[in-house]
Ligand binder design. Structure first.
Ligand code: PNS
Length: 171
């Protein structure tokens, strides 16, 4: 309490498709969890780009298991505009990860659009350079073609991916 008022912690939202979550995502989550009082990892239900390979339930399960040890982090999902979601959540800031300079171009226009729509700023965190080449789409491609992605995704994600591959092979 300060001057009789409850102090509210800074609430940050880290949005994404997380199809699937990678070690790059987890690295950004861990960094953001150290910077902000509360971090909401927000899964977009229907990514604009293409239908996700992993269902919302699978993505939620993979993320929840991966962030279980981080007590100020929770996993949610949202539909529609990110700007509407962050406003409804009364979030103070949107967090995004940058891997390489080329990420910046699209992220800058998204940040400006989100600020115009919600008045919420986006803060960028540089992900660890070990993960600069790691994206969900590459991880999926390599894994389903038989490559080893164990060093690129959290262990709970690897398990769900293996189940998915077995399920797809049976069809
Ligand atoms: O992990 P991704 O696919 O790069 O995440 C993209 C995401 C979810 C952050 C973006 O697609 C998004 O915000 N979608 C919600 C719809 C929206 O608000 N679109 C306008 C963005 S400026």
């Amino acid at each position: 309490m300060t001057n009789g008022k409850l102090m509210r912690v800074t609430r940050a939202v880290y949005p994404g498709s997380f199809d699937p979550p990678t070690n790059g995502h987890l690295d950004v989550i861990e960094r953001a969890a150290r910077c902000f009082g509360e971090l909401v990892v927000a899964i977009v239900v229907n990514p604009q780009k293409r239908a996700p390979m992993f269902s919302l339930e699978e993505r939620e399960q993979m993320l929840q298991a991966s962030v279980a040890s981080l007590e100020n982090v929770r996993v949610e999902h949202f539909r529609g505009l990110l700007a509407d979601y962050v406003r409804a959540l009364e979030a103070d800031v949107i967090v995004k990860g940058l891997r390489v300079v080329s990420d910046f171009e699209s992220e800058m226009s998204a940040a400006l659009m989100n600020r115009a729509l919600s008045d919420v700023d986006t803060l960028f965190l540089m992900s660890d350079q070990r993960y600069s080449f790691v994206s969900s789409s590459l991880v999926k491609e390599v894994f389903f073609l038989g490559g080893d992605v164990a060093a690129l995704v959290p262990e709970p994600v690897l398990r769900v991916m293996a189940e998915k591959r077995t399920h797809l092979q049976r069809r």
